[in-house]
Design a protein around this ligand. Structure first.
Ligand SMILES: Nc1ncnc2c1ncn2[C@@H]1O[C@H](COP(=O)(O)OP(=O)(O)OP(=O)(O)O)[C@@H](O)[C@H]1O
Length: 288
């Protein structure tokens, strides 16, 4: 097989050399590969050029959700199987695919495992695979990205200040092909999967291959309900979050509100148009 490895050298604040060594051992000199290390500058175009120049059998990604999203965008016009080596501070997609956490177990799956097709969401000009949102969570991600405090403690400290500074609740005008209505919330998410990268299960009925995504309107900050998201099986109260299944939607707000896609802060937006891209990606998820 001929593999293209896309490696994010900074994701998860982790050196990938040991991981790469294990991958090479698994390949056992029997396969060809090219390594591309992301730089954070024009990676999309550079990956597209690599894919156009050479014919690969599988693309292997070592990074977090942001790196997987980048590769999904680069492969928009060319579907190749993808293998994920979860190596980010947020590995929400890997967790939703139930990938093992131990490299010795996830490496053979990424390289040679069976694949399944999953949906993606076209969000304005970008692709979202996981969860995107307006409001509180995007504010947290924006603060975290601009802060010098890293790691879980940094995230917790940033979270507390952001919670106190949040300007929500916001008013969201929601237009689906069937109807148009307004809802108020501290946050509105477009979810293709069950959980955030942190593991919080906010969309217990979400499936990545059902041709639908969910609009989740979080109405208030409720500690008990937030704690419930730590358990996959908990039903969340409809006073806390309301869920609507759709294939397309337009969300409009009166003022620009912080927006994020798959853990990557975008910008403040007043309008988001989203539609389902059914079975857009083919991802390795289990052993051969
Ligand atoms: N060499 C690099 N130097 C700096 N930033 C990079 C580099 N390569 C990729 N990036 C950035 O890494 C981000 C994607 O990281 P990803 O989400 O995969 O991992 P992560 O550990 O979850 O990241 P984060 O630091 O956002 O938590 C993108 O914003 C991308 O621009």
């Amino acid at each position: 097989m001929n593999f293209l490895f896309i490696i994010n050298p900074i994701s998860g604040n982790e050196d990938k050399s040991h991981l790469l060594k294990m991958v090479k051992t698994e390949l056992n000199h029997k396969h060809q590969y090219t390594i591309f290390k992301t730089t954070g500058e024009n990676d999309l175009e550079k990956i597209q050029q690599k894919l156009a120049k050479e014919s690969f059998d599988r693309v292997i990604i070592a990074g977090g959700d942001g790196t997987v999203k980048l590769v999904a965008e680069a492969m928009k016009d060319q579907q190749l199987p993808i293998g994920i080596l979860p190596a980010g501070s947020a590995n929400g997609l890997a967790s939703d695919l139930d990938l093992p956490e131990n490299p010795k177990d996830f490496i053979p799956i990424a390289l040679f495992g069976q694949t399944r097709k999953i949906d993606a969401i076209q969000i304005n000009e970008e692709i979202g695979l996981h969860i995107s949102d307006f409001g509180l969570n995007a504010e947290l991600i924006k603060e975290f990205e601009s802060s010098s405090l890293r790691g879980k403690l940094g995230y917790a400290i940033n979270s507390i200040t952001t919670l106190f500074q949040s300007k929500g609740p916001y008013e969201f005008k929601i237009t689906t092909p069937k109807e148009s209505f307004t809802k108020k919330g501290i946050m509105l998410a477009l979810a293709n999967s069950k959980k955030f990268g942190t593991g919080a299960v906010v969309n217990p009925n979400g499936k990545m291959d059902d041709g639908l995504f969910e609009i989740l309107i979080f109405k208030k900050l409720d500690l008990i309900e937030i704690l419930k998201t730590l358990n996959t099986k908990s039903e969340l109260s409809s006073d806390f979050v309301e869920c609507i299944h759709v294939t397309e939607v337009t969300i409009e707000t009166n003022t620009p509100i912080d927006f994020q896609i798959d853990g990557e802060y975008c910008q403040k937006l007043k309008k988001v148009k989203a539609h389902m891209l059914p079975k857009a990606l083919e991802i390795a998820y289990t052993k051969k």
